[in-house]
Design a protein around this ligand. Structure first.
Ligand code: MTE
Length: 336
């Protein structure tokens, strides 16, 4: 056996690095080793068939959805697309939903998510914290359809018709206090369902539950949307049923799925992916083709289904609506 003597300058990483950072790196290494890090080998290693969703599970129709009769809802024509809609099968069978696994073919597994009863806790800096049943909440909101582009940080993209309501209506419903500066959205975790239902929750190196958030100004921007439907029907489990966040000028990981809690606070939240790897994923995460991810370029995007490559646009093409939000935030890391 060869015994290697350490030279004076070769100290173990744990001695060179504060414990918290070291623990985070351990988590990262474990996640990468398990092939489950967001975007690990995002583009290069992936066969074309994966982008096309071939071989993936087919969408399982949602039956007995008490909101099915609410759809389709009227399209808001203010938001126009510069590209064809993504095929529904592609958008509903090529997903990121790590609670169900760290690969894209989770659509069948996600059908195990019990969608009723479903309540949303509204708390933190609000006039009165409350828990509202989803079927009550959706009927209190003005529903509309919007066709939006969506850009994943992994450089794939889609264009889909979401149904739901502008997030500002939920903010008004929640009655936040004037000191609230951020809204934090949380997905179900093992407090709500058993990890046997969503086996990704057993991957203990991830900081469950999935959380992310935005500033109050962003939440009240007209583009910010809560999706309850997709392609004129209730949104399928794999896309974030019964309600998910859609911030179309940001990378898709900001779009928290299957929300159980909406929390108002004066402290900036640390998102799920920021906890996993803060050097790669930040709070603002606005789409910008000129700012590469540390491991790949963001200059172009590949459309799900067609495989067509398109140049990525600043703020995913929504700058006219959102650029003003960032004018006073010049010192911040706005694009990651
Ligand atoms: N929300 C939860 N709870 N869990 C996740 O793993 N993945 C995010 C986001 N929301 C994710 C999530 C990422 S990385 C992306 S790109 C989008 O969901 C994917 O949404 P889609 O599957 O509807 O295309």
């Amino acid at each position: 056996m060869q015994i290697r003597r350490r030279r004076g300058w070769e100290i173990p990483e744990r001695e060179a690095t504060p414990e918290a950072v070291h623990a985070d790196r351990r988590r990262l290494v474990k996640a990468i080793a398990a092939g489950s890090m967001l975007g690990a080998g995002a583009l290069a290693a992936r066969p074309a068939s994966a982008f096309l969703g071939f071989g993936g599970d087919r969408q399982v129709a949602a039956s007995n959805d008490p909101t099915a009769g609410l759809y389709p809802v009227k399209r808001n024509e203010r938001y126009a697309l510069d590209r064809p809609l993504t095929d529904e099968v592609q958008a509903t069978t090529y997903n990121n939903f790590y609670e169900f696994g760290s690969h894209k073919q989770i659509s069948r597994a996600a059908q195990r998510l019990p969608l009723r009863p479903w309540t949303v806790r509204i708390d933190g800096m609000v006039e009165e914290p409350r828990t509202v049943d989803f079927d009550t909440l959706i009927r209190a909101m003005p529903l509309e359809e919007r066709v939006y582009r969506m850009r994943c940080v992994e450089a794939w993209a889609m264009a889909v018709p979401w149904s739901g309501f502008q997030l500002s209506h939920l903010v008004a419903y929640a009655k936040p206090l004037s000191g609230a500066r951020y809204v934090v959205f949380t997905t179900f975790g093992s407090n709500e369902i058993s990890p046997g239902t969503a086996t990704g929750l057993r991957q203990s190196w991830y900081p469950w539950p999935y959380v992310d958030g935005c500033s109050m100004a962003e939440a009240n921007n007209e583009m910010s949307f809560i999706a309850t439907g997709l392609y004129g029907k209730p949104i399928p489990a794999q896309n974030g049923a019964p309600l998910r966040l859609v911030l179309p000028w940001k990378y898709g990981f900001k779009g928290v799925k299957s929300i159980v809690r909406v929390h108002f606070t004066d402290r900036r939240p640390i998102s799920f992916w920021e906890q996993v790897q803060g050097s790669e994923y930040g709070f603002w995460a606005n789409v910008n083709p000129a700012v590469p991810h540390p491991r790949w370029s963001q200059a172009n995007e590949r459309m799900l289904g067609s495989g067509e490559m398109r140049p990525t646009q600043i703020y995913n093409g929504y700058g006219e609506f959102v650029a003003g939000l960032y004018e006073d935030l010049k010192g911040e890391k706005l694009y990651m």
